[in-house]
Ligand binder design. Structure first.
Ligand SMILES: Nc1ncnc2c1ncn2[C@@H]1O[C@H](COP(=O)(O)OP(=O)(O)OP(=O)(O)O)[C@@H](O)[C@H]1O
Ligand SMILES: [Mg+2]
Length: 394
């Protein structure tokens, strides 16, 4: 079972590339499901078929579905929301405003990913192709399970214990606004499900394909995305450069082609060995199965669209050195000036250009101090030295 996630800046061709990849894989005999986590119905528009919240066979071996995040959302978030609503209304917030405040930003996308995980773990598929939301949103969501883990493991048990002790007292004073046990259960369930999502997204059989168009603004964002994806432990196996202008004698097109060629050359250098597949600008919108299959064939040729396009780099590794240990992590294209490193107890907190990741340290490293860090050749290396005080104690 393979999972391919398509992401990239808004409008670069994620839906088109995802559908084309799925069509090409199905044509080679893989039982393929393509689904969109985007609430807009653009996958149905690209395929030019009506889709439902369950897989529909749109061609031999090719299934597609539009995740009904709203239904999933109702199931999971309602209990939590009900509690928040009571709380806000008691605080005098207008009911309509309260309703808006309790909508979890990006919740639809998160819940769509829950459905993707269900399909991946229980479906009959050889390949699941996911058309994701634009990068900014996707990245925020990809960090969510970890952020929630931190909350559930640290803050939650303490709060739950404390509340158990004071609830009888509080309910006499303030009525039913104290979180109920079932609310904690709902959050814990959501958390367990999100951990499942994260496990699916970071599994070795899952790859991200980053779609871009060869334009300066798009390429700049793609660079940042590559670093952020690595930070969160996602494997990018290829870059897809879409809407590449063909060479032309006509000055307007020739100008574009020259500018794009320059961007493409830079992308290839920055990609550091990741394959960059090109897709030409078509004379018309590639809509419908025939156009998408043709696009998929142009994109992959004789290659299997589902095959991992690159050897996945060793994401996080720890090695013993003469002085202690070195923790290293692939962070392609990261700049030292964008990087912050902090140690908090048993954790290392890495921030790259505003994205934060909390790395739980292996036990040997917990008893060390950070001796230094360096960013070289797309890898961050953090040096650890044994902390004599701690080593003596154990
Ligand atoms: N190679 C191409 N040649 C011509 N038109 C293309 C090509 N690739 C995509 N398009 C068209 O560009 C438009 C945007 O493509 P698409 O919807 O796949 O982008 P997207 O990244 O999914 O957008 P969004 O961020 O809104 O989800 C569509 O009308 C699509 O048909
Ligand atoms: Mg789209």
């Amino acid at each position: 079972m393979r999972v391919l996630l398509f992401t990239g800046k808004g409008g670069v061709g994620k839906t088109t590339a995802a559908a084309a990849t799925a069509a090409a894989a199905a044509a080679r005999g893989s039982k393929t499901l393509v689904l969109s986590t985007d609430p807009a119905h653009s996958l149905a528009d690209a395929l030019d078929v009506a889709l439902a919240a369950t897989p529909t066979e749109v061609d031999t071996g090719l299934y597609a579905m539009q995740v009904d995040a709203q239904a999933a959302f109702e199931r999971t978030w309602r209990e939590v929301q009900a509690y928040l609503l009571t709380l806000l209304e008691r605080a005098g917030v207008d009911a309509l405003q309260a309703e808006e405040l309790t909508v979890l930003p990006g919740a639809e996308e998160v819940l769509a990913l829950l459905e993707v995980t269900r399909q991946v773990t229980t479906g009959p598929w050889d390949l699941v192709v996911v058309d994701c939301a634009p990068t900014g949103e996707t990245l925020r969501l990809l960090a969510l399970p970890e952020a929630l883990t931190w909350y559930v493991e640290r803050v939650f048990p303490a709060q739950r214990r404390a509340l158990r002790a004071v609830r009888p007292l509080l309910s006499r004073v303030s009525g039913p606004v104290v979180p109920r046990e079932d609310l904690f259960d709902a959050v814990e369930r959501l958390h367990a499900e999100l951990l499942g999502v994260r496990a699916m997204l970071t599994a070795p059989s899952t790859s991200v394909r980053l779609v871009l168009t060869p334009e300066a603004v798009v390429v700049a964002e793609a660079r940042r995305t590559l670093t952020s994806l690595a930070l969160y432990g996602y494997r990018v196996d290829a870059l897809l450069a879409n809407r590449v202008f063909p060479p032309s004698d006509e000055p307007f097109l020739a100008g574009w082609a020259a500018a794009q060629a320059e961007q493409l050359a830079a992308v290839r250098v920055d990609a550091g060995g990741l394959p960059v597949r090109e897709l030409a600008y078509r004379a018309s919108e590639p809509v419908g199965l025939a156009a998408l299959t043709e696009l998929g064939t142009a994109l992959y040729g004789e290659d299997d669209p589902a095959a991992p396009a690159a050897e996945a780099a060793d994401l996080v590794g720890v090695e013993r050195t003469a002085d202690g240990f070195e923790l290293s992590m692939a962070l392609p294209l990261a700049r030292s000036s964008d990087l912050r490193l902090a140690r908090s107890g048993d954790e290392l907190i890495l921030t790259v250009a505003g994205h934060r990741r909390v790395l739980a340290l292996p036990s040997a490293l917990r008893r060390c101090t950070v001796a230094g860090a360096a960013l070289t050749d797309g890898r961050l290396v953090v040096r650890f030295e044994p902390d004599p005080a701690v080593w003596m104690r154990t």
